[in-house]
Design a protein around this ligand. Structure first.
Ligand code: BG6
Length: 490
């Protein structure tokens, strides 16, 4: 089969009443509708088990929008335009004859249909087989799948093989919603549109890099899913390694999907495996305990509802990565991610090297390196920490540090920074795969994670704990300090 080329204006959402659909996908459609970015002919078919009418489904969508769209954007006219595009079809996905219902519902719709599987991966094969058997797959169809694609390399390959029975690689859109985020896109612009940075982007100028994705949410009602997964598979395998790739990849020849994906796979190939012997110096795993956030008591992971009190699943991971290539050899990259931490903070910090010869007061030497901070959350922006003279005659040549800032919410007067899903949904419809993961990237990322997990399991490393509402286990601080580095603090 050849890849889809034409615009798709027919969108089928499986799992249309699930958490992902209600929290992320329908709000994304709302913002796109509000921005006038949807083709007039776009039709959306929600598929779920609940036996309700299209009108009842539309009401549920409006209820979800009232909850998940920022109140200042709620607009009844936009609701009306959006729900007018939406139909609903209910059935049990494991029942082959029921797929005729979708066929009936799609009668007269664009045949270039995008199927979005917001359902557990164990159902992917059943849905793909039945769509195919029902004659609902053609060369222009595309299929969208969410992470987690598998639990390890083996299961990820199984899932990919099952989808590939009926869809070619160019028809598969594997989502990592981080790639749709505005500031993540900006990493590419920042790196490759500014010669100031592109000439410095290597181990000769950069001392170390840190990537942080701290979340304040815990596991709560996702315990059943998360306990078999852990933070390494949930956040590192996809989101964090993708950020690492975008920060460190070579300049792609062009901004097209082949070039970007190729460069990302090169980084993953060069990512050094964590060896069992060094694991205590390169990887920390931890689990949140009881604590509080903003004065509200929060239960520890093992005290969440439905928890297995013996669980050793990590909710926090911190590790030191190295990329064995010409550009990055010698520059460590520290990554950390955890649930139930003080705040939700997602940021990348590039620490530049300092000059050996320092002509100002020597006591200020250590604090005058430049750093570039790219924030994805809570505010989206880019800040360059620079040093200037303190103001005033009495200050002599004492230095001060300030950020030169690009706060996107202010500079672009953007009241609403688009969620990753808005861009990704549009790209699916357009047939643009550059922000989606190819099979090889997923395989390489799993290979690295599987290896790290195995090295950990073989070692006698202890699982640390940290109080809910903290910055992670204490040891994270000394972990980075053993290399003479420190975490950036806001
Ligand atoms: C998801 C993970 O992929 O990303 C969740 O499964 C995590 O556990 C979420 O909370 C974080 O996404 P964001 O956009 O809120 O940083």
């Amino acid at each position: 089969m050849s890849g889809p080329q034409k615009q798709s204006t027919s969108f089928v959402l499986f799992g249309a009443l699930g958490d992902l659909s209600l929290r992320k996908i329908f709000p994304a459609w709302f913002y796109l509708e509000r921005g006038g970015l949807l083709d007039d002919s776009l039709r959306i078919l929600g598929v779920a088990r609940e036996d309700i009418t299209t009108e009842q489904f539309q009401e549920k969508i409006i209820d979800a929008l009232n909850l998940f769209v920022s109140s200042e954007f709620i607009d009844v006219d936009v609701y009306k335009r959006l729900v007018a595009r939406i139909d609903y079809c209910h059935f049990d996905l494991t029942d082959p004859p029921s797929y005729q219902k979708i066929k009936g519902a799609l009668e007269g719709w664009d045949s270039a249909t995008s199927y979005y599987l917001a359902i557990p991966p164990k159902l992917f094969e059943t849905v793909c087989d039945n769509l195919y058997e029902t004659g609902l797959v053609n060369e222009q169809s595309r299929i969208v799948v969410e992470k987690p694609i598998g639990y390890n390399l083996e299961s990820s390959n199984e899932i990919n093989d099952k989808i590939l029975k009926h869809f070619s690689e160019s028809q598969i859109y594997r989502i990592d919603h981080y790639l749709g985020k505005e500031t993540v896109q900006n990493l590419i612009a920042l790196r490759f549109a500014n010669s100031l940075f592109s000439s410095q982007w290597n181990s000769k100028s950069i001392e170390y890099i840190e990537i942080t994705a701290a979340e304040s949410v815990g596991i709560e009602d996702r315990w059943g899913y998360f306990d078999g997964v852990g933070q390494m598979r949930d956040m590192v395998q996809s989101h964090l390694l993708q950020l690492l790739c975008l920060i460190t990849m070579e300049p792609p020849n062009q901004l097209d999907e082949q070039s970007i994906r190729y460069e990302k796979t090169q980084v993953l190939r060069a990512l050094k495996l964590l060896s069992e012997g060094d694991i205590s110096k390169t990887l920390i795993r931890a689990q949140y305990g009881d604590g509080e956030i903003g004065g509200t008591p929060k239960s520890g992971y093992l005290n969440e509802e439905g928890a297995n009190a013996q669980s050793e699943t990590e909710t926090f991971v911190c590790f030191r990565a190295e990329i064995a290539n010409w550009r990055w050899s010698g520059t460590p990259i520290y990554l950390r991610t955890g649930k139930r931490m003080t705040d939700k903070v997602t940021k990348i910090v590039i620490h530049f090297k300092s000059d050996d010869h320092f002509i100002f007061d020597q006591d200020q030497k250590g604090s005058t390196t430049n750093s570039l901070i790219m924030k994805l959350h809570p505010t989206e922006g880019i800040y360059l920490q620079v040093h200037t003279k303190r103001h005033g005659v009495s200050e002599g040549m004492r230095l001060r540090s300030d950020p030169m800032s690009l706060d996107f919410a202010k500079t672009h007067k953007l009241l609403n920074i688009p969620s990753g899903y808005q861009r990704l949904l549009l790209d699916v419809l357009k047939g643009n795969q550059s922000l989606f993961l190819c099979r090889e990237e997923i395989e390489l990322a799993w290979r690295w994670c599987d290896d790290a997990i195995e090295a950990w399991n073989k070692s006698s490393q202890q699982l640390h704990t940290y109080p809910s509402g903290s910055y992670g286990p204490e040891i994270t601080k000394t972990f980075i300090e053993q290399y003479g580095h420190h975490w950036h603090e806001d």
